[in-house]
Design a binder for this molecule. Structure first.
Ligand code: MET
Ligand SMILES: [Zn+2]
Length: 770
């Protein structure tokens, strides 16, 4: 019989219970026992929910207190040396994720590097390995513990473990180690997997899911032998069945690797790579494999087209037989919100088009119900309702706006260019901004304190009227500007207190967007985001930020940056339409932002920052697809940013990605200044400068903002010295890695004071040597 399955369920809980638990623990409001039992409750309710939905292969070990890759770092006993002195295991774990500073105990460790998980907005902690790395299975092992926990509740789960090749592929050489082939560690890592799989079998598991999303990447033939040998050893373990899961993209040329895996089942992402259905069926057939079909989109929130999905599954059943087919989401549901149940305010018409994680499980159950034959009345009704909803969406008048479409078709080449090249623009800008060498600035947001978040809630609940709220935010902004002046920063920001989220804030003011009340997804650690939903053509009815920008500029004689979120980031961090190319949606967004930029300029704002932190994460996983994406993405930024005079200084900002791959595109964006995260990735960014010249202003971040740790002036001065080896002094800006909204005020003021001190030191040094 065709089997219903899931690859992973969002761990944060229906109402972000996990976030609340973890943050209470960090704040010492609850103890470890309360944290652990709270987490167990969340896991139990998710397993129960999946059982109720009729899912047969229910995942376990998809839960994590911070990040699943960090869990594997602990699981394999490869915590970097500097954390090993922290006595308590939970504190040690969180220290790796977010740093830890406890002066009384002499503990002061930064967080480990964090990176985006493939092309998602989920961030993982990058494992560090050395050439002589050894691995040991932690005792107890989390996957075993959680398997037994579910078993106790009568649910035999399918433990999810990151596959050994992908794990090594994601890791990086430990600090001080020169590059080496991490795959050379596979022989030492596999025995740990052997032990783990054996332990899971002994605990009663029959299926194990090994995630190998690296198979969606360009791997090359070097990976063929390691995959084959690792999996040969794992599949020799008797009494356990392995499913290897690939997701996020096509398997492509790696199909030769997959075809040789001596496992029992493979999973393919047929949402991202529908064209691979025939290939994976053929491979499964030839090699006697069961095939898991990822036909329900784990990365977006639209209802599946049930008929199309059923047709795919039936194809597979016809070729492989019904005992060899599993129906699944395309990837773990980690990337979609919990459920639609809490959505009481959204337009009913749009709500009808959506499916979150919980509804996606129902879709899977319906598909399985239909293909098994003789569907129940309930299944038939679900199928018909799905047809009706999708048909209505196709015809909806909410979606199409002729004015937007004609503007889009009138976009001309000159709309992708500034008037003059950077060299002449920067002279004009400098004539009127008069900034010192090594200008200091921040990336935009300042601490979003409890009070600020509470104020928003009070406005929402009606406890405060608009005027009271606005006054409060104005006061916060004024205070923030004053603090920046006192610290001595050169280009100021207003602090973004009026914004809940850098995309949602704009989405709420644009047409074509809709918002969920509870559509949270995990971004990193306890941080969740609520991506808005772009359902139709995008346009800007009225200016969005001009009043705040004017207000803030009126509070200081220093230049105040206008702060906007760029079109690619708005696209990337929203759930987007699946009924038109991403490019068209990006350019619609760009046209709306272009108008905002022009209005800011008219209002006297002479520095405007258009954040594009997500431009790298939109990069397709396969390099053959890069050029096309980079071309339209760069043009989207240019379209948004070039409609201003030479005198207006355009900044952009990027963070938490490997920018070396897209360095040439960053240059093409032709922003006058880019502030770019750099401190967490060990100055890796700077190596790009050895290869490519960068000709415009640039501020690689001087310190990590994800950690409450205050870096010393010396530490930052060292970084700046490093940067000066690569970057011309007159192009260099001084700034933190990213916005400061997750920080508290005390550490923020201290760190920025140190940072400004660093800029002053190097200015003095340069003027002495001149
Ligand atoms: C993730 S990038 C964040 C940029 C934004 N301007 C901020 O400072 O928060
Ligand atoms: Zn950032």
């Amino acid at each position: 019989m065709v089997v219903s399955s899931n690859l992973g369920f969002p761990r944060i809980g229906a109402n972000r219970e996990l976030k609340k638990l973890v943050e209470s623990y960090w704040a010492s409001k609850i103890n470890a026992t309360a944290l652990l039992s709270g987490a167990a409750n969340i896991r139990a309710s998710h397993w129960e929910l999946q059982r109720e939905k009729g899912i047969s292969h229910i995942p376990s070990n998809d839960f994590s207190f911070y990040d699943q890759v960090l869990d594997h770092i602990v699981l394999f006993g490869i915590e970097p040396e500097k954390y090993r002195g922290i006595p308590n295991a939970l504190d040690r774990y969180f220290a790796m994720g977010r740093g830890l500073q406890r002066a009384a105990e002499g503990i002061d460790v930064p967080a480990m590097e964090m990176k985006k998980w493939f092309d998602t907005n989920y961030h993982f902690i990058v494992p560090e390995v050395s050439a002589d790395q050894t691995f040991t299975l932690s005792n107890p092992a989390k996957p075993v513990v959680e398997f037994l926990e579910a078993k106790e509740k009568g649910i035999i789960t399918r433990p999810v473990i990151l596959g050994p090749v992908t794990f090594l592929w994601l890791s990086k050489p430990a600090k001080g180690q020169s590059a080496f082939n991490q795959l050379s560690l596979l022989d030492k890592l596999v025995p740990v997997y052997e032990k783990l799989l054996g332990d899971l079998r002994d605990a009663g598991a029959s299926w194990i899911q090994l995630d190998e999303p690296a198979l969606s990447m360009d791997l090359g033939s070097d990976f063929s032998a390691p995959y084959a040998s690792a999996y040969a050893r794992l599949s020799a373990i008797s009494g356990i069945k392995i499913i290897v899961a690939n997701y996020f993209g096509r398997i492509g040329a790696n199909i030769d690797i997959v075809a040789k895996l001596p496992v029992q089942a493979i999973h393919a992402d047929l949402v991202r790579a529908p064209e691979e259905l025939d290939t994976v069926i053929e491979v499964a057939k030839k090699n006697n494999l069961q095939l898991s079909l990822g036909v329900v989109n784990g990365r977006n929130i639209w209802k599946v087209d049930l008929d199309a999905a059923i047709a795919k599954v039936q194809n597979a059943v016809a070729a492989l037989g019904s005992d060899n087919v599993l129906v699944a989401p395309s990837c773990s549901l980690l990337h979609t919100p919990h459920s639609l149940t809490a959505e009481t305010k959204m337009s009913k018409e749009i709500l009808e088009w959506l499916a979150f994680s919980s509804e996606k499980l129902s879709e899977i159950a319906t598909i399985v119900g239909v293909v098994r034959g003789s569907p129940s009345a309930e299944v038939t009704e679900a199928l018909e309702a799905n047809r009706r909803a999708n048909q209505k969406r196709k015809l909806s008048l909410l979606i199409h706006d002729p004015a937007v479409q004609s503007e889009l078709s009138a976009v001309s080449d000159s709309m992708f260019r500034r008037e003059s090249p950077f060299e002449s623009r920067i002279r004009k800008q400098q004539a009127h901004l008069k900034l010192p060498a090594f200008p200091t600035t921040t990336v935009g947001s300042f601490p979003q304190t409890k009070e600020v978040r509470l104020a928003r809630q009070k406005l929402k609940s009606g406890e405060w009227d608009e005027a009271t709220y606005t006054k409060f935010i104005q006061d916060e902004t004024t205070k923030c500007i004053k603090i920046q002046e006192d610290i001595g920063l050169d280009v100021l920001v207003h602090g973004e207190f009026e914004r809940n989220d850098m995309v949602e804030y704009f989405g709420e003011q644009l047409r074509g967007y809709v918002f969920s009340q509870n559509g949270w997804v995990q971004s990193y650690g306890s941080r969740c985001v609520k991506p808005p939903i772009i359902y139709g053509d995008v346009s800007r009815p009225t200016p969005m930020t001009v009043d705040w920008a004017k207000f803030s500029q009126s509070k200081t004689t220093k230049p105040m940056k206008g702060m906007l979120t760029g079109p690619v980031t708005c696209l990337q961090w929203s759930f987007v339409r699946d009924d038109q190319p991403r490019r068209d949606t990006a350019w619609q967004l760009a046209l709306a932002i272009r108008k905002e930029v022009q209005d800011l300029e008219k209002a006297g704002i002479s520095v405007i920052q258009i954040d594009e932190p997500a431009i790298r994460e939109g990069l397709p996983l396969r390099s053959t697809d890069w050029a096309e994406y980079l071309d339209w993405a760069a043009k989207a930024f240019l379209l948004s940013s070039t409609g201003v005079k030479d005198e207006t200084q355009i900044h952009t900002h990027m963070c938490y990605s490997d920018f070396n791959d897209i360095f040439e595109t960053i240059q093409k964006l032709d922003a006058d200044v880019i502030t770019i995260e750099n401190s967490k990735s060990d100055l890796k960014l700077l190596h790009a400068f050895e290869k490519y010249a960068y000709t415009n202003g640039i501020g690689p971040g001087l310190y990590d903002i994800h950690s409450p740790r205050v870096p010393s002036t010396e530490e930052m001065a060292d970084r700046l010295e490093q940067m000066l080896k690569y970057i011309k002094a007159d192009l260099l800006w001084v700034n933190p890695d990213c916005g400061l909204k997750t920080r508290g005020w005390p550490e923020t003021e201290k760190a920025l004071t140190h940072m400004v001190e660093v800029a002053k030191r190097v200015r003095n040094k340069i003027s002495e040597t001149a």
